[in-house]
Design a protein around this ligand. Sequence first.
Ligand SMILES: NC(=O)c1ccc[n+]([C@@H]2O[C@H](COP(=O)([O-])OP(=O)(O)OC[C@H]3O[C@@H](n4cnc5c(N)ncnc54)[C@H](OP(=O)(O)O)[C@@H]3O)[C@@H](O)[C@H]2O)c1
Length: 333
Amino acid sequence: MGDVPTVTTAAYITGHGSPDAIRVGELPVPEPGPTDVIVRTEALAVNHVDAFVRSGSYRTHTPFPFVIGRDLVGTVAARGAGVAEFRAGDRVWCNSLGHAGRQGSFARYALVPVERLYRLPDAADPGAAVAVLHTAATAHIGLFREARLRAGETVVVTGAAGGVGSALVQLASFAGAKVVATASGRDAEWCRSLGAHTVIDHHDPQAMDRVGEAVPEGAAIFWDNTGRNDIEAALPVLADGARIIVMSGPGSRPILPVGEIYTRDVSVHGFVISKASVADLRSAAATINALLAADRLHARIGTTLPLTRAADAHRLQETRGPQRPRGRIVVLP
Ligand SMILES: NC(=O)c1ccc[n+]([C@@H]2O[C@H](COP(=O)([O-])OP(=O)(O)OC[C@H]3O[C@@H](n4cnc5c(N)ncnc54)[C@H](OP(=O)(O)O)[C@@H]3O)[C@@H](O)[C@H]2O)c1
């Protein structure tokens, strides 16, 4: 495999558990199959789902020792004989490792099936890019595959200043939608800078009334990133035919006012990016790359840690309250 070493530093688990279960040490670099690529990683990111996979709360095949992590940006170090699309030194990214039997990205050298690898636009910075890969792909799948967003429609995004929310505001605005966001007051300017038409403080007890005033036309899409999933509160601000996206808050048990939903042609769409097809991910990647190349897709980076502190990165990801970094957690190998 050319100048690829036989072992790599990696963050891995040998069983599900708390962040204390994460070890950092040497593991063999996998031998690439004919359609695999070995990527020398440059930047990695932590998402909520990484904690769910590590703890076992999201059930997926994790052959132990299991390298954690879903996203990477890096350069091609070696490729299988059947890989024609990439060559050594190409700058690339992936956002679908670390679940469904695939080892994760948290290593200096990681194996990526070529069908899950995309070219990184020349202008993109690895740390800035890795911070949007999971969130923007999630936003893309929900907006376009599930909700079938059309230009000119209105999208309401609650929890808009977080990772997925920020990506949603940018993708929906870029697609020609009017975006009405709810977020903490301190995040209003951030949401506006991403393209939100109106931002409402989600600590305001009348926040949903304010949303209603901002969308007299009715929202075509309602997307909750907070895990509350208060469908009853959302219904008054929706247009007939609206699509509600549910994708967070696994323990929430919202009231479902069935009569109002079916008589108004409202639909509720649940999805998880972990089950997205290679085609879905590729379609999202095309949009992500177009936006990265145009410098129109940004995330706030809350903190950057070395790979040796992968367990701390997971602890921070799971922290609630003021100690939680306001932005993505990026890890450098
Ligand atoms: N289904 C999927 O495929 C998929 C993919 C990615 C993520 N997710 C899920 O989507 C959710 C968002 O992910 P993320 O990466 O964007 O998380 P994040 O960066 O932590 O952002 C969460 C946002 O929700 C807000 N929030 C949290 N609790 C709230 C509450 N009780 N009331 C009002 N706002 C609240 C936060 O606002 P403040 O900062 O003001 O607290 C923050 O802006 C997570 O639950 C994640 O697990 C699902």
